[in-house]
Design a protein around this ligand. Structure first.
Ligand code: SF4
Ligand code: SF4
Length: 451
């Protein structure tokens, strides 16, 4: 074997290493035989691929114009393996071409590509002359992996937890309400008359969060409660399962479970007869409720209006319900989460709020709907520690973008973006501080009821 071939082989082995370490994939593969693989792939492609798959596959002219759109491609010296079209070639196209007769080695690489080398960020869709939705094709690959039982362990555990308890962190019912009482109690030293209303029927707002908030970031619930209180909002939170708006099942391809979780969330809001659901700062949960889950449930329109907190905060400012007390003087930059910017067009509202509270805002380039993904979204960060380096190495373009702003603070109104950018900041020694919009508002708004 030549030196180049040996080096390539070694590089391949390195890339596959995290999959060898992932029991969710390896144990699943052990149970599979050729006949099962062929049957599951063909059944899924036939029953669920439909005309959309046919059109996407037959329209692609393999021009590669989508390549530069992908942060993985750009961060790997333009290696075609990481181009959007390259990823589709290594997954669904090969399954189609071989009519499901693919090897276990092929499936190992397909899982790696679909779960850890594509964030389903849809940046590439904007740059394809035909608008080919690579993220949809990669999601279909994940669906096949789910049906074959070869999903990375960490994200599968989270999906299982959500299926069993209606929240992805296995927060028990009494722990959930205890966390809310605890936050209300904390407010005694700052805003003694603040309440976190539970089970209030007919409220204007049902406020929902992702399960990691009560588990790891309870201060975000506190801050949201302070903002609601000072804005004079008529709001409530639920005490029953259904309060978690997150959705790893959407990313593992367990669509049946995704539909069940979203139905529970909407039905919980309907039980309380609220006018709208306002969601905390999470992008994937918004995608799941606003875009994917509600459509899977086949509702003609959403049974309850959904509003992301970026939209809600802009509304509070515009209506004069919250007022700016002090402004941040340090240089601040803005990261645009894919699911609420490309997915919902909230880029200008996000900037309105950031500029209201910050005097020195500098844009990263490209920005708004052209901004690069954080490399954590799409369930990639949820595949856990074995795959952490894949996403950090796969997003040196984000590190460059951040560095070039010279900012000391990054605002990212999304949990997954926080996780991804935090790792990028640390790995690249950028020394930047990362904030949610709620952090900035809470710290710099007028609080007439504070003591
Ligand atoms: S997905 Fe679009 S841009 Fe990419 S290779 Fe195919 S046709 Fe070209
Ligand atoms: S990570 Fe984003 S840009 Fe890259 S292939 Fe996936 S959807 Fe396209």
């Amino acid at each position: 074997m030549s030196e180049t071939a040996t080096a390539t082989k070694e590089k391949e082995k390195d890339l596959l290493q995290p999959i060898y370490d992932d029991p969710g994939v390896m144990k699943g593969l052990e149970k599979l035989d050729e006949a099962t693989i062929e049957r599951v792939i063909n059944q899924t492609l036939e029953a669920e691929g439909g005309a959309r798959l046919k059109i996407l596959v037959e329209t692609c002219v393999h021009c590669g114009l989508c390549s530069d759109a992908c942060h993985f491609f750009m961060s790997h010296d333009r290696d075609p393996k990481y181009a959007p079209v390259g990823k589709v070639k290594q997954t669904i196209w090969e399954m189609l071409r071989k009519k499901g007769k693919v090897s276990k080695e092929f499936l190992m690489r397909a899982v790696q590509v679909a779960h850890t080398e594509c964030n389903l960020c849809r940046r590439c869709v904007q740059y394809c002359p035909f608008g080919i939705d690579t993220a949809h094709l990669i999601s279909l690959t994940r669906r096949i992996c789910h049906k074959l039982g070869i999903t990375p362990q960490y994200i599968q555990d989270t999906a299982h937890s959500h299926s069993a308890t209606y929240n992805q962190m296995w927060v028990k019912e009494d722990e959930w309400t205890d966390s809310l009482f605890w936050q209300e109690d904390e407010s005694r030293d700052e805003i003694p008359n603040m309440r976190i209303p539970l089970e209030k029927e007919g409220a204007d707002i049902y406020y929902s969060v992702i399960a990691p908030e009560p588990k790891f970031r309870t201060q975000l619930i506190y801050q949201a409660a302070v903002i609601m209180h000072e804005a004079g909002a008529d709001w409530t939170m639920s005490s029953l399962p259904g309060w978690d708006n997150s959705d790893m099942c959407m990313f593992t391809g367990d669509l049946e479970m995704m539909g069940r979780l979203k139905r529970r969330h909407f039905e919980d809001a309907m039980r309380l007869k609220v006018k709208r659901i306002v969601m905390g700062e999470c992008g994937h949960a918004f995608r799941s409720i606003y875009d994917t889950g509600n459509r899977w449930d086949a509702w003609e329109s959403m049974p309850v209006t959904i509003q992301h907190s970026v939209d809600f905060f802009e509304e509070l400012l515009r209506l004069g319900k919250i007022k700016v007390k002090t402004k941040i003087q340090e240089k601040v930059t803005i990261h645009d989460p894919c699911n609420i910017i490309r997915g919902r067009g909230l880029q200008e509202k996000l900037r309105t709020v950031v500029h209201a509270f910050c005097d020195n805002v500098v844009e990263m380039y490209p920005n708004k709907e052209h901004n690069y993904c954080c490399s954590a979204g799409g369930g990639v960060i949820n595949c856990g520690p074995p795959h952490k380096n894949t996403r950090i190495v796969g997003n040196s373009v984000k590190a460059d973008q951040l560095r070039e702003t010279g900012a000391s603070i990054v605002v990212a109104p999304c949990h997954n973006c926080h996780g991804g950018i935090e790792d990028i900041i640390h790995a690249n020694h950028l020394g930047m501080e990362l904030k949610f919009l709620g952090d900035i508002i809470y710290e710099h708004m007028e609080k007439p009821d504070a003591i």
